[in-house]
Write a protein that binds this ligand. Structure first.
Ligand SMILES: Cc1cc2nc3c(=O)[nH]c(=O)nc-3n(C[C@H](O)[C@H](O)[C@H](O)COP(=O)(O)OP(=O)(O)OC[C@H]3O[C@@H](n4cnc5c(N)ncnc54)[C@H](O)[C@@H]3O)c2cc1C
Length: 296
């Protein structure tokens, strides 16, 4: 039997809210709970609603809340990204490009300019797709997510935020009010590798790699994180510990690749087979590490 995914051409009925302050948003969320979906760029939410995957009775559009439109860097404490800052605003920010190259590289590889003009970083994270391109980049910078409800705010490390496919630790009455990206390690460089079949594709595999002080084991930082290889984005914390060892880099790279392969569990789907994803993880991880660590 063939399964056909039916796309509606019109959205199901819902009540539209457009609060103008955070206080108003939190009151609405407290009152409506899981019946209300937050609308940022809408590039995930409206597609899910048209496909009937999500059927909220209320949609709360947060784009009119001025205090949530933040993109601010403070030397020493890092970058604060509000939930209505668009991907395009991040991509065209020269400070982000210079100080957070892995995040910049990941953001500019999401879909196309038209979509990035609408879509937000918070939406990419809140949607909790295993293929979210910004997640591995944020994981290697050890980003934190501020979740706020009518009862107050809490900071959750992104490394503890995702719990499954499209699942997070966010409670029904909470919203993302900030993404905080700490100051990167001094001298850090890195990139985001995205394997795709065509320009606007989701990642077959996404790999974020960040390296600092490659020649000094005591100060060396090597961080790797992955998209599309497990039910959640994956940060491989054991790699960071491994590269503190004063051993030949070639040996450490081989060990790192084996550790990564033991931590990922990709599936076969319409975009790629499990075997092809594992192949990409193995060879591209080694390639990125050699390149960033300066190993021939
Ligand atoms: C054609 C197309 C191509 C795409 N290509 C890519 C790609 O290459 N890479 C990729 O990673 N993604 C891709 N996406 C997915 C999507 O564009 C991104 O995930 C985008 O960043 C979502 O942001 P948004 O602001 O549009 O989120 P929305 O659709 O507004 O929201 C997404 C989800 O997050 C929730 N949400 C939003 N903001 C908050 C908040 N502040 N607090 C709590 N919950 C919140 C919403 O309720 C919803 O459940 C693509 C989508 C389309 C349609």
């Amino acid at each position: 039997m063939r399964t056909v995914l039916a796309f509606r051409t019109i959205l199901p009925t819902f009540t539209y809210h457009r609060p103008s302050s955070l206080a108003e948003l939190l009151e609405l969320k407290a009152k409506l709970g899981k019946d209300a979906a937050i609308l940022a760029g809408g590039t995930d939410l409206l597609v899910d609603m048209k496909m009937g995957v999500k059927r909220p009775s209320h949609v709360i559009d947060i784009k009119g809340i001025k205090e949530l439109h933040v993109l601010e860097y403070k030397e020493g404490s890092g970058l604060i990204i509000g939930p209505t800052a668009t991907l395009r605003e991040l991509e065209t920010n020269s400070l982000l490009k210079e100080k957070y190259p892995v995040l910049w590289d990941a953001v500019r590889k999401i879909a196309d300019v038209a979509l990035r003009e609408r879509a937000t970083l918070a939406g990419n994270i809140a949607n909790a797709s295993p293929a979210a391109d910004s997640a591995p980049a944020l994981l290697v910078y050890d980003a934190k997510v501020e979740l706020t409800s009518i009862n107050g705010s809490r900071l959750v490390p992104l490394r503890e935020f995702f719990t499954g496919v499209k699942k997070t630790v966010m409670k029904e009455n909470e919203v993302i009010t900030k993404i905080i990206v700490p100051e990167p390690p001094a001298g850090a460089k890195g990139e985001y590798f995205k394997a795709v079949r065509s320009a606007e594709d989701l990642a077959l595999v996404g790999i974020a790699a960040l390296v600092a002080n490659p020649n000094n084991p005591a100060e060396r930082v090597v961080r790797l994180a992955y998209a599309s290889v497990a039910p959640t984005p994956v940060y491989v914390k054991e790699v960071e510990e491994l590269f503190k060892k004063d051993e030949p880099l070639n040996k450490l790279i081989k060990e790192a690749v084996n550790i990564v392969l033991s931590k990922v569990s990709p599936i076969s789907d319409v975009r790629a087979t499990r075997e092809y994803r594992l192949h990409l993880v193995k060879y591209v991880t080694a390639y990125l590490l050699r390149k960033l660590l300066g190993v021939k």
